[in-house]
Ligand binder design. Structure first.
Ligand code: PMP
Length: 383
């Protein structure tokens, strides 16, 4: 345990900006800094860069460029999809169907709508974190105006049967939103294949910059404007565009999707080696999430009799960055809503560890984690 390395295994939280992406962004800070809404050539250059990025995002998800709207990230895209649909369909109904394991960007948005008088059904999941399409069918009423289920879970990596869920919504002429923040670059996320009407993207999850994302809005979908102000984003989302960020998003999504056929199997092989190694070496451990319908980079395990935060601190002391609990809440004193929804008892939900791989991880990183983790768990259990 003396050897200290630096191993980053928290790619579901965020990823480093890829060098190619940073290079593409750089000129838009101080050389080509024009405001895309101005008319001279400096501004037109910025406008062209934004439109080129829009084409890359559209191509990556099988959409048309006019259906892509840039946002400040996944959180804003989720908020816009849900609040915008709720406001546009208020006369039609007041009921939303979502799942109990969504990211807080969806769950807290739904809670805030409940305070305004909307009703929300939070669907249960099975022990692997899957939403059964039949549950969606049962939850839909005449007042349902939106079904929102994430494509892949950020904590346990479970991939949902999105197309089947979307088809249930469409059978009732209800629009379908999916938070695809963790899906881009991990598996093909085509809006027609998935039957998505609204789809949220965040650049920093696949080698792009933080604070940049996009919402796909299928042509004809009823949704209100999210930000009022100037006429940017075709009058639907105001504010001078984050041009370098958008350029970075465009380049990152292009690289992530092009690299997927090579990267996803490589990550999945490392993931499987980690899972096998951990389960073999450490008793009283369980794998969280689905065994096969799972993000290629996600390992999530629960160790009985230990606290997740203690594991993280000891891993950090040995140079390994990982996460625990629902990952997005800083103080994870609350057990993870995802793990408890999957039926894990509170004591076990506290002892979870999430390791999420990225394209820069190597077999040596996997070996290192497998070398240090059993000792950490043993020491913590001995306390
Ligand atoms: N949805 C999911 C599934 C996520 O993992 C995240 C990021 N943790 C978000 C939404 C929010 O994205 P952003 O950080 O870009 O606001």
């Amino acid at each position: 345990m003396e050897r200290k390395r630096s191993v980053y295994m928290d790619h579901a939280a965020t990823t480093p900006v890829r060098p190619e992406v940073a290079r593409a962004m750089l000129p838009y800070f101080s050389e080509r800094f024009g405001n895309p809404s101005s008319l001279y050539s400096l501004a037109r250059e910025a406008k062209e860069a934004v439109e080129e990025a829009r084409e890359h995002v559209a191509a990556a998800i099988g959409a048309s460029p006019e259906e892509i709207f840039f946002t400040s990230g996944g959180t804003e895209a989720d908020n816009w999809a849900i609040k915008g649909t709720a406001a546009a369909s208020r006369k039609k109904g007041d009921h939303i169907v979502t799942s109990s394991i969504e990211h807080h960007a969806v769950l807290h948005t739904c809670r805030s709508l409940e305070k305004q008088g909307y009703r929300v059904t939070y669907l249960p999941v099975d022990g692997y974190g899957r939403v059964e399409p039949e549950r969606v069918e049962e939850a839909i009423t005449d007042a349902t105006i939106l079904v929102s289920v994430m494509a892949a879970n950020n904590e346990i990596g479970t991939i949902q049967p999105i197309r089947a869920i979307a088809e249930v919504a469409h059978d009732h002429t209800i629009p379908f939103h999916t938070d695809a923040v963790q899906a881009i670059g991990a598996f093909p996320a085509d809006v027609d294949e998935m039957r998505a009407d609204l789809l949220a993207i965040s650049a920093h999850k696949f080698g792009g910059p933080k604070g940049t994302g996009a919402l796909y809005i299928r042509r004809g979908t009823r949704i209100t404007t999210f930000m009022d102000g100037g006429a940017q984003e075709r009058g639907r989302r105001a504010g001078t565009e984050n041009v370098p960020g958008i350029v970075g998003l465009g380049r990152a999504i292009e690289l992530a999707v092009a690299g997927m056929p090579r990267n996803a199997p490589r990550l999945a092989a490392m993931r499987d080696r980690l899972i096998r190694g951990i389960l073999e070496a450490i008793p009283d451990t369980r794998l969280n999430g689905h065994p096969t319908e799972r993000l290629p980079n996600n390992v999530n395990v629960a160790f009985r009799y230990v606290e997740g935060e203690s594991i993280l601190l000891m891993l950090d002391a040995l140079g390994v960055a990982a996460s625990t609990g629902s990952a997005c809440t800083s103080a994870s004193l609350e057990p993870s809503h995802v793990l408890t929804s999957c039926g894990l008892p509170h004591e076990e939900a506290h002892g979870s560890l999430r390791l999420t791989l990225g394209y820069a991880n190597t077999g040596d990183d996997v070996d290192y984690v497998l070398e240090v983790l059993p000792g950490i768990i043993e020491r913590l259990r001995a306390i």
